[in-house]
Design a protein around this ligand. Structure first.
Ligand SMILES: [Zn+2]
Length: 456
């Protein structure tokens, strides 16, 4: 394992975004796993350092935090039958393929997604895994192993589906589980893996998939369990108008009314997408402090709509970013996701209201709030030393002026260095201890196998 640093000064970066108003043009000092000091322009650290990293070629930002993903979907990127489908037909096309997922598939898919995220400057990732076909009952256990291998932070959510086609839901019956199995496994996973407090690396959340794939009983009981175990709650909500129609027909309620009726309208909850809310619903979400994970690329890919991010934030609902699953993005690149969010939100609110700093703020401090992490998301004394550094040496940046704006406007896609909790995990654009070429070979073979089992 790479060594943590004693006292390291990352000196005079080419550009820095700390997510705070403090002057840190002279860089930051890392001590152990935390940021200990910000150095003003032209200054030097207040106490001696053991090492200096010359960052004059690097733009320094807090580690990006991804709040919504389905790692397993890296095995079904750009699958021909659903390339141009919207959400419901897209799901119906894919459920049968996903039902063949094996533990080895999930391990490779998780490693591939995390590696791609890490190389794009992401240090903390949430995953929403809701498929537990026969043989994959230990799916989350498999994922914990992959996370630990890469040294990233993750909020792995124990997802669930319990409302199959036979009972009026969308997923095929073979992909759903009984309520008591879901709840017992949720409790087991929290007990086995959930780390509490500052600096946690692995956390477990509870995440019934969506109103159209989970019974109201499981929604209600999961909220009660999350409250008792003090863990976070996650689900998809208000992604498409199809879903809104489903809620009206099945429950006689709009999505937010449904959410409230099952005990989920709280600051424990973060919602994926959150697009189709009216003004009164935004006010209620804000008053409750419920967070929204904005998934710009996925929302464009599936033509789902444009989330009302600024109004949600103004109402008090934190907004973070998510790449969403790799069958609807189809990449897991977090710095590119910030660029997509910047541009999509400009279409809604105009250019002046959505600055590069605001978009980066969603992917850092906003995402940290969504995951309930007060120790992540900004570079300030006492915060965890999670950071990403990008060089502007490629042709695409040549002639650029503002280094923070250049990251997004010129389209940065790969970090040169990434640190998690004071330890370098990416150096010179390479992940420490991971053979990416071998991973690609095994992962793409698994993807072909999954499809051939589906056809057989
Ligand atoms: Zn999703």
């Amino acid at each position: 394992m790479p060594q943590s640093t004693a006292r390291l000064w990352i000196k005079n970066p080419l550009g820095i975004f700390t997510g705070t108003d403090a002057d840190a043009a002279g860089g930051i000092v890392i001590e152990g796993s935390r940021v200990s000091e910000l150095v003003p322009a032209g200054g030097a650290p207040a106490t001696p350092v053991d090492q200096v990293f010359d960052a004059s070629r690097h733009v320094l930002i807090p580690g990006l935090i991804n709040t919504h993903h389905h790692f397993y979907q890296t095995l079904t990127r750009a699958w021909t039958p659903v390339v141009s489908a919207e959400l419901f037909p897209w799901l119906k096309g894919l459920y049968g393929v996903w039902a063949g997922l094996t533990p080895r598939d999930l391990e490779l898919a998780t490693t591939a997604a995390l590696a791609e995220l890490l190389l794009s400057g992401c240090t903390t990732a949430a995953d929403h895994h809701y498929l537990f076909p026969n043989g994959l009952e230990d799916g989350i256990d498999v994922q914990v192993g992959a996370v630990r291998q890469l040294g990233m932070r993750a909020t792995l959510t124990r997802g669930s589906m319990s409302l199959g086609e036979n009972d009026g839901g969308l997923p095929p019956q073979s992909t759903v589980q009984e309520a008591d199995v879901i709840l017992a496994d949720s409790e087991r996973l929290v007990g086995a893996y959930h780390e509490r407090g500052e600096g946690a690396f692995v956390q477990i959340g509870l995440a019934p998939c969506s109103p159209f794939s989970v019974t109201t009983g499981v929604m209600r009981d999961t909220a009660a369990l999350a409250e008792r175990l003090d863990v976070r709650l996650h689900t998809h909500l208000a992604e498409t108008l199809d879903e809104e129609d489903f809620c009206r027909e099945a429950f006689g309620l709009r999505t937010v009314d449904y959410l409230e009726s099952v005990g989920w309208l709280s600051d424990r909850t973060w919602l994926a997408h959150g697009i189709h809310f009216d003004d009164a619903e935004i006010a209620r979400l804000g008053a409750a402090g419920t967070s929204v994970s904005h998934c710009a690329t996925s929302n464009m890919r599936l033509a789902s709509g444009i989330a009302r991010t600024l109004e949600l934030e103004q109402a008090g609902a934190p907004v973070g970013l998510g790449v969403d699953g790799s069958a609807s993005n189809d990449g897991s690149n977090m710095i590119q996701e910030v660029r997509q969010a910047l541009y999509l939100q400009r279409l809604r609110y105009g250019a002046a209201a959505v600055t590069p700093e605001r978009a980066l703020g969603w992917a850092t401090a906003g995402s940290a709030k969504a995951l309930g992490r007060s120790d992540l998301g900004t570079l300030a004394p006492g915060m965890q030393a999670d950071l990403a550094m990008f060089t502007l040496d490629e042709l695409r940046f040549s002639g650029s002026h503002d280094p923070i704006a250049a990251l997004l406007l010129c389209g940065a896609e790969r970090a040169d260095r990434v640190m998690v909790g004071g330890t370098w995990r990416v150096a010179d654009g390479q992940i420490e201890g991971l053979d990416v070429a071998q991973l690609i070979a095994h992962h793409s073979e698994a993807a072909r196998g999954l499809l051939s089992r589906h056809r057989a």
